[in-house]
Structures are given as C-alpha cells and as structure tokens.
Design a binder for this molecule. Structure first.
Ligand SMILES: Nc1ncnc2c1ncn2[C@@H]1O[C@H](COP(=O)(O)OP(=O)(O)OP(=O)(O)O)[C@@H](O)[C@H]1O
Length: 750
C-alpha cells in the first residue's frame, strides 16, 4: 500500500488514515488479548507471534504518523499558494484522474503538472526534472504510443510484428517451437522430482544411519535426474533449438525493417537521420528478444510458481505454506512492477540519451572533413562529452532506482523464506512431517524464488527491449507516401515524350515550390533547365523521378500518368546523374556495375570510356579495383561525377536527367564529356540542369525557372535576343569570361 501511495500524487489521506487507525486499534486489542491469555510457561512460538503482532502495531502507528505529517505539510503549503485543479476546483477536491489517465496527465507540460497536484508534487517535480527537454521528449514518445488506448493499446501495437514472427509455412521452425515447449515442460518436471528425491535420500539416511546400508537406488535415481536436467541433455537441446529459432526471427525482422525503411519515401528519409535509422534496424533484434522472453522465459516462470505453491502445500499438507509464499510473491511482484513503472520513464530517457550519444559520435566521425575545415574538433568533442555525461547521469538515476527496488524485493523474499522455514521447523518438531521434507522444502525453495528473481531481471530486460522496440514500431508505422496504385501497370517507354501539365508542388503547405509548370519534351529532345539557385530545377527532376507526387496538375510519359505506373518500371526507365553523386565504399568496377548488375567488365569499361574516366582509372595503381572510400571521398569531384555519368551510360535508360553533371570538371574534360553525351543522348529524351549556360546552348528548348515558375522558354538564339532573364544571365556569364580572359592577357603582357 505504501508503494502505491508513493505513486499517488494527491492521495486522499482520510481514507488511508482511517484504515490505519482502525487497524491499529484492532492490533492493540489483539496484543492485549494475547498478553492476557498467555500461559505463564509460554513457548517460543507464542513469543514470536507476540513480537510479530507488536511489530505490526508499530508499523501501523508509523503510517498514521506519516499521513498526519503529509497532511500537515499539504495544508500549510496550500494556504500559502492555492493550488487549482484542471476543473478549477482546489486540488484536494479535484478528481484524482481529472478525466484523463495518469499517463496522459504526465505528458502535459511540467507547468500544468505542477498546477494539477498538491504540495507533494512540488518535490517530485524537482526530483524528476520535468523541465528537462529530454524527459519531455520521452514523455511525448510515450504519449504517442499510449494514446492508442492505454497500456492495452500500447501492447497491441506490437501485435503488428506477430505475423512476421510466426513461422506460418515453416514446418521446421514450428517443430523447433514444439521441441522447445517439450524441453520447458521436462524442466518443470525435474524441478519437482529433484528436490523430492533429495528429501527421500535424507529420510532414507536417517533410517539407515549407523547401519552401514547404502541408499544407492535413491542416490542413483537422483544422479540420473540431475543428469537429465543438466546442460548436457535437455538444457543443451533447448539451447540448440532456441539458437535456430533466434536466427530465423532475426532474419525475419531484419528483412521486414530493412525493406520497410528502403521502401519509405523521400519525405521520410530527408526528415530522419541515417544514424537513427541504422539503429532502428539494429534494434529489430529487441523484438525477437521480447517475444522470446515472453514465450520461453516469462510463461514458464508462472508455471514454476504455480507448481511450487501446489507442491509445497501437498508436501506439508498445509495451506499456510502456500499463503505465506503467495504473500511473499505478491510483495515481490508489487516491488518489481512499481520499480518498472518508476524505472521505465528513466530507462526511456536513458535510451534516448544513449541514442543521442551514438548519434553525436556518428555525426562527428562521418563529418570529419567539415569538422576539420571549421576547426571544430574541440566543439564536437564537447558535444560528445555533454551527451555522454547526460547518458551517465540518466544511467545513475536508473541504477539508484534499481538498487532500491532490488532491496525491497530481497526483503520480501527473505521474509517469506523465514516464515516458511519457521513453520516447517515447527511442523517437523511436532512430528507431523519427516526431516526429509525440510530438505525438500529448502531445495525446492529455489524453484519458487529463482523464477521470481529471474522475473525481476527479465521484466527490466523486457522493459528495455520494449523501449527499443518502440522506435522500430514507430518506423514500421510510418507509411510510404509514394506507392504503386492498385491499378498500376509497368511503364512502357516507346517514344519518350514527357509532358508537364499545370504542375504544382510544395514541400511545405505554407509555401509553393513549383507553380503551374507546363512544358512538353518531345521524343529525343534535350530540355535544359536554368535559373537561379533554389528556383526549383532539381525539384522538377524529383517530381519526374516520382520522389514526390505533384500536388496539382500531372506529369505523363508517353501518355501514362506517373501515378498510374509502377515505381520500379518508372525508375528503370530514367537515369539520373545527381548533383551530389555518392558511391559505395567498394571498387570502381563494382560501383559502376551497380547500374546494371549483369554488365560484363568490358561493358563497364566502355561506359567509363564514354564518360571520359577510363584513362584516369587506368592511371590509378589498382585501376578498376581502386576502392573509392566512403561515399566516394577518395575521388576528386570531377572523377566522382564522371563515374556517376558512367553508371547512367551503363544503365542505358530511355530518359536521362543530368543535374549539373559536369559542374566539377574542367572545360576541356567537359567538352569531351559533352561529345560523349551527344552520342549517348541522341536517341533519348534528356533533361539537363546547368549553371554554365555554354553547356546547354545546343538544347532544343531552354526553360528559365524563377521562383518555381517557368518565366521564359525557347532556344539559346531566341532567348539571347529576347531581352529577358536568360539574356541577363548569358551576358553576365560572357562578360565575366571576357573579363577573365582580358585580365589574364594583361598579366601575361606585364
Ligand atoms: N526536402 C525539402 N524539403 C523542404 N524544402 C526543400 C526540400 N528540397 C528543396 N527544398 C526547397 O525547395 C526550393 C527549390 O529547391 P531546388 O533544389 O529544387 O532548387 P534548385 O533550383 O535545384 O537549386 P540549385 O540550383 O541550387 O540546385 C528551395 O527553396 C529549397 O530550399
């Protein structure tokens, strides 16, 4: 009751005090009666009973004193500061839950929380540090998951995984499950038989004591049972089956989470950082552990406890044993349960701190170059140390809670053990039971207390896995925004005509990024997009690649709306050289072959020749086997661009998107690539984004994009004499070039 009271933010003291006062009065009467009726030659047992009675009385009086003290402090603080509940009534009169669950109310801002409860809350607020941002975040996460309908809804959310974890068409795995079940059942049987046999041996030894007779049959059977119960037999078999089951579920979960993350749309990926997502995939194993623990550890524990209650009652033919054990187990369970509730929030904060710490490490190491450019090593080190300190601080809080809860658990079990043994000794001393039963009881106590201990560690492990699994659940609950429609069919590109009709799009509803864009790219034409940075050119590419869906209008390829064709066929038909090309940390050969997995070495080399990178690759010591480093950092910007051009050439798509594909190469290499491109794009529809206008002079149509709109369109010749934005850009660039040439001539003259 005291444990529950500690959780109650504004207890109705009158109810508690009333019960305790009545209890204390009753105890006084009982103590008085016991003293009065005690024979002058009292036995030890009566003395012990009296001592226990007095202890109960002292405890009840202490509780009444505590309640009066709390009431007094509440009243004195409420006179200073009138607390008001949610409904405007004073706190003491407010309903305990004020129409919300406690969990819901804890998710509101610390300020609101402070107003809802009485003086006790003031202290708990400061202790919990509710103003702490991380704790708020943790609560927010808790709220999101719990608002599905309390704890039931929360747990039900995890049922999403069950279809993936149940081996539907896997007879081998189903057989493993069955065999694990059999091993678990066998262990339960040995749990009873072994202590029983030890009792039998002791009784037999008492009988044959001093006769020289050996109870060898009993001892041999005992050894046999011990052997069967060992890790060499059933234990090993269970481990073996569990190992294979674990591997199977690990495969299932990794497959599920990885595929899910990879199928999520760009809006999801740009809003999450990759460190977090990688962690989510890794934490998929938490779910395996969770289910495994519930099935193979948690279930048998209850079986063990049930069997031991029944067996000890049967052994002593006395229901009091079971009662003591139940009381002990209930106290133990309450301490564990409460400990978990108190610990869960802290554990979540700790898990978040832990994630934050590894995120900081990941960010710093992966952005080493940026950190060095800005000489921010000390700053990043400071950040890491702060997040490490936060993590250690939250671990310490968690550790303290766990220590306190552990002590409460030990005490409850110890008292149970004491009482049960005391009663057993009493029964044996009266001659109703044999000495062997005492040995059986003590040996069997482990079967009862062991699972309880395990339960506590297991429950904290389960909570940890539950918290980790929440993240995975959140990821799995995110749905891709770009999916194949029910009626989607593969795209067949015959001519390669691309039409944008009144296309509008916005990343954020509050700001339009693309406004009413319409144009037609006829088969085999080259369309160039020019305009200031941030005007929306790359966004037009992203819409064509269907990273996002248009919010207005339509995009068609050969008459098929992009939303009516399968994503896979669309992405097969389009080749992109992005602005920020990135490579895998493998060889150049493998990187280029990524575009067409069945391409031969010769085909890869031909693509590299077309992209003017072959000679360069051949000059590297490891040639095509050169490892390019993470994201391709070991290559220069121009080399990287040319490798990604080679990839697209190898892919051989019908539609090509080049987003500043040659911005990082020098003019002579660019001219070579242009030549290669001219041949390559001759038979395909090509879109080019370029800031250097000299590279798109040959385009069939140039679209000038400004603030998401097409403000001019035409050929280079038409636009340079139209007196518009393009002409300004062109003149600005040519004047700059002329100026540079004159300046260099001047320098040469000097
Ligand atoms: N994922 C995103 N979420 C929100 N806004 C975005 C996102 N991507 C781009 N934007 C914004 O959309 C606008 C257009 O960006 P876009 O990349 O299309 O420009 P751009 O013309 O290609 O620029 P640049 O020539 O510099 O590559 C910019 O204001 C940019 O900040």
């Amino acid at each position: 009751m005291t444990l529950f009271l500690a959780d109650d933010q504004s207890p109705l003291w009158s109810q508690y005090t009333g019960t305790w006062v009545v209890g204390a009065v009753g105890e006084i009467v009982l103590v008085a009666t016991l003293i009065g009726s005690r024979p002058s030659t009292s036995v030890d047992f009566d003395n012990a009973a009296l001592a226990l009675q007095i202890l109960r009385l002292i405890f009840l009086l202490a509780l009444v004193g505590y309640a009066l003290f709390c009431r007094w402090t509440t009243e004195s603080s409420s006179t200073k500061d009138v607390e008001v509940g949610n409904n405007g009534a004073p706190v003491e009169e407010s309903p305990l839950l004020s129409g919300e669950s406690i969990l819901e109310s804890t998710t509101t801002a610390g300020q609101l929380e402070g107003r809802q409860y009485g003086a006790m809350n003031g202290t708990s607020n400061s202790e919990d540090g509710d103003d702490d941002d991380e704790e708020k975040e943790a609560k927010e996460l808790e709220k999101k998951l719990i608002e599905a309908g309390g704890w039931w809804g929360y747990v039900k959310g995890f049922s999403l995984f069950l279809p993936y974890l149940w081996p539907k068409k896997q007879p081998k795995i189903q057989l493993y499950l069955l065999l694990i079940g059999l091993c678990i059942a066998a262990e339960r049987v040995f749990n009873v038989l072994i202590p029983r046999q030890e009792g039998i041996i002791v009784d037999k030894l008492t009988q044959v004591y001093g006769t020289g007779e050996l109870p060898w049959k009993e001892v041999a059977f005992w050894f046999f049972l011990k052997f069967l119960d060992s890790r060499a037999t059933f234990g090993m078999l269970q481990q073996f089956f569990e190992f294979h089951l674990d591997n199977w579920s690990l495969r299932q979960m990794t497959d599920l989470i990885f595929r899910h993350i990879m199928n999520l749309s760009m809006d999801f990926h740009v809003s999450k950082d990759s460190g977090e997502l990688i962690r989510a995939v890794e934490q998929g194993s938490s779910l395996n552990m969770l289910i495994r623990m519930l099935l193979f550890d948690f279930g048998p524990i209850f079986l063990d406890i049930g069997v031991s209650l029944f067996y000890i009652t049967y052994l002593f033919d006395d229901i009091y044993f079971a009662c003591i054990m139940i009381v002990s187990a209930v106290f133990y369970a309450i301490a564990t349960w409460k400990g978990n509730i108190w610990g869960a929030r802290k554990r979540r904060v700790n898990a978040e701190d832990d994630r934050q710490e590894s995120k900081t490490k990941f960010e710093s190491i992966s952005n080493w170059t940026t950190v060095s450019y800005f000489n921010r090593t000390r700053y990043q080190h400071g950040r890491l140390m702060t997040s490490l300190e936060n993590m250690i601080a939250s671990s310490t809080v968690l550790f303290n809670i766990e220590c306190a809860v552990d002590a409460a658990r030990v005490l409850s079990l110890f008292l149970g053990y004491l009482c049960v043994n005391f009663l057993a000794v009493y029964r044996i001393s009266q001659g109703t039971k044999s000495i062997g039963t005492f040995v059986t009881l003590n040996s069997y106590w482990n079967v009862f207390s062991g699972p309880l201990w395990y339960l506590s560690y297991l429950s904290s492990d389960i909570t940890t896995h539950l918290v980790n699994a929440e993240r995975v659940l959140q990821v799995l609950k995110s749905k891709p925004t770009i999916t194949d429609s029910q009626t989607a069919r593969p795209l067949r590109v015959e001519n390669g005509e691309v039409r944008f009709e009144n296309v509008s799009f916005s990343y954020d509803k509050r700001k339009d990024t693309i406004k009413d864009v319409s144009f037609i790219a006829k088969p085999r034409q080259m369309i160039a997009l020019v305009g200031e940075t941030g005007s929306g050119k790359s966004t037009i590419f992203k819409l064509l690649f269907r990273f996002y869906d248009v919010t207005g209008g339509s995009i068609t390829i050969d008459g098929s709306d992009l939303r009516d064709v399968t994503l896979s066929s669309l992405r097969d038909a389009i080749g992109v050289v992005p602005q920020d090309a990135s490579l895998f940390n493998t060889s150049i050969m493998e990187n280029v072959r990524f575009a067409r997995l069945d391409a031969s070495d010769d085909e890869v080399m031909a693509a590299c020749k077309a992209a003017c990178i072959h000679d360069k690759i051949m000059s590297f010591p490891d040639k095509y086997k050169t490892k390019v480093g993470e994201r391709g950092v070991k290559l220069s910007g121009g080399e990287l661009q040319r490798v990604s051009i080679a990839r697209v050439i190898l892919k051989n798509p019908q539609i090509v998107l080049l987003d500043e594909a040659t911005s990082a190469v020098d003019s002579s290499t660019e001219a070579h690539i242009q030549d290669a491109f001219r041949k390559f794009t001759e038979h395909r529809t090509t879109f080019v984004i370029a800031h250097r206008l000299s590279t798109i002079m040959d385009a069939d149509t140039i679209l000038v994009v400004d603030k998401g709109e097409i403000v001019e369109r035409g050929t280079h010749e038409e636009l340079t004499s139209a007196g518009g934005k393009y002409q300004q850009l062109w003149e600005a660039q040519t004047t700059k070039v002329k100026k540079t040439v004159e300046e260099s001539k001047l320098l040469l003259d000097i």
